[in-house]
Write a protein that binds this ligand. Sequence first.
Ligand code: ZN
Length: 297
Amino acid sequence: MNKLIIEARINEYAGRGQNPHVPWSPEEIAEAATQCREAGAAIVHFHARAEDGSPEHDVAVYADIIRRIKTESDILIHPTLGAFANDGDAAQRIQPILDLAKDPQTRPHFAPLDMGTTNIDAYNPAAKAFRSDEAVYMNTTKTLLHFAEQLKATEVRPYASLWNVGFTRQFLAFIDMGAIAEPAFACLIMTGDDLPAAHPGTEQGLGAHTMFIPKDRNIHWTAMNHGGDLLALVPKIIDEGGHVSIGLGDWNYIDAIDGASTPTNAEVVGRVSELSRLAGREVATPTEAAEILGVEI
Ligand code: ZN
């Protein structure tokens, strides 16, 4: 079986109330990336954050973070796209990635393409109410085709985020028409009870995703659980030849790791590496992951 690629999803927009080890500043993000690399991660996914933890959209901050990460390690880099300009037009939304790609010191290895539009209103099961009721993550087909086309002129590879099977079908159509080249990389999104937009983080939720990934295509999939504990599913993902995207951006992992009541991102990644070795599957270095996924280092 191919080696396991671990992606560290280190911060998203997570707070520090439950686990203080969520990195926010460029220094903290670069340090977490380096530690995750040492623990077995081949890819780091991050969102730039302001001093108070709020979303930071300045492309100069992204450039600073990527420079720092590249100085410290060889981990592959996957910044967010959604943060830049969800409300902007397609050209505006991809431009920061294209700007970062011009300089080898700031060039990311992946840019996310969420292959459809979805409601992203959080649900509060305790209050039996939604926290918002008009939050839409808008990704029209025209926008996604523009992203895919623009990325082709760079060495940044598309990273397809699949919230449900409709997104998977859109992704396969993009491959079919040549808008996304193989080997293609897709993240199967699962979410906790507070975000009903994707598949649930259960064996059934994962299985309903994987049954629609064709085996006769050169497609590699990874799985994540935003708002839920992914560790229980990791042995199944390892066994099925998938890859793992995990970190404090998605879940606090309080008391989930022996000897660490509030684990760091690296400790969570280390646990996944350990589970993989126990299952007899080796963990890929960034260089090996780049080879599997057709990424230019
Ligand atoms: Zn993200």
